[in-house]
Write a protein that binds this ligand. Structure first.
Ligand code: 6GU
Length: 258
């Protein structure tokens, strides 16, 4: 997959040299190019922002540097990329969207700062490319860069060969399929006792059926505790009798942290 990222802080993306994403880039699975937006600003100060029409606080990113930058990136290769614009006003970035974007051969991320990018940029490219304004959550970041790091990692780990173990992707809490919207329960490794805390005995028992059932119980309890709004979405997927009993515990029963 080819990814182009346009930003006034291309150095922000140094983490993409590290770990799983770094290895995917070394292997050529991920071909990421960073672009400094100011290269397409032609005044002495390389200005990329200006005051908002209609008044108000903050600054808005000028359309001309963005137009030149995106035109240049588009012309650098055959085909048409999908353009992703991070903004707190965008549609939610979900695992479903990550899976959809992981299937694309080419993505371009346009990182806004300040109060955002002049809306005509999204209009212009909306008639030429698939454009998605995307938010990673209900909070406000200082710019799109951190959001793009999040999205590139969520997308990149889905590419074939990036994760060692293909099952890890299928088991994700938000992966499409049976376990969808069920959070993963707690995990344990050796030693069997640490600072007086014991690993749940069932996990040492070798009873695969009982272990699977225990894990599902824990996943249901954790989902009910940490994301109660997801429980309603589980009902439709189909829960067995035991699932319903475990979920009913929460309606008045106690429960620890985690
Ligand atoms: Cl994608 N960008 C910015 N600036 N803030 C955000 C966001 C994106 N998602 C949540 N907050």
């Amino acid at each position: 997959m080819r990814i182009d990222i346009i930003s006034i802080f291309p150095e922000y993306f140094a983490p993409l040299d590290v770990s799983l994403m770094g290895k995917a880039r070394d292997r050529g699975t991920l071909d990421i190019s960073l672009h400094q937006l100011r290269e397409w600003a032609h005044d002495v100060h390389r200005t990329v922002d200006d005051t908002p029409y209609g008044g108000g606080p903050g600054m808005v990113m000028k359309p001309e540097p963005w137009g030149e930058a995106i035109d240049t990136v588009i012309a650098s290769r055959e085909g048409a990329p999908r353009l992703v614009v991070p903004t707190p006003s965008g549609r939610p970035f979900t695992q479903e969207l990550a899976v959809e974007l992981a299937d694309e051969p080419w993505l371009v991320f346009a990182c806004g700062r300040y109060e955002g990018i002049d809306a005509r940029v999204m209009l212009e490219y909306g008639s030429r490319l698939r454009v998605d304004e995307v938010s990673i959550g209900d909070y406000v970041l200082a710019g799109g860069e951190a959001a793009v790091l999040v999205m590139v990692e969520a997308i990149g780990r889905l590419l074939p060969g990036v994760l060692g173990n293909a099952r890890s992707v299928a088991d994700d809490s938000f992966a499409p399929g049976a376990m969808r919207n069920l959070l993963e329960g707690p995990v344990f490794t050796k030693p069997p006792e640490w600072r007086g805390h014991e690993v749940p005995e069932i996990l040492l028992s070798g009873h695969h059926g009982k272990i699977a059932r225990w894990r599902r119980d824990e996943a249901l309890r954790r989902t009910a505790r940490n994301r109660p709004e997801l429980v309603a979405t589980l009902e439709e997927a189909g829960l067995d009798k035991r699932d319903r009993e475990v979920l009913a515990e929460g309606d008045g029963g106690g429960g620890g942290a985690g």
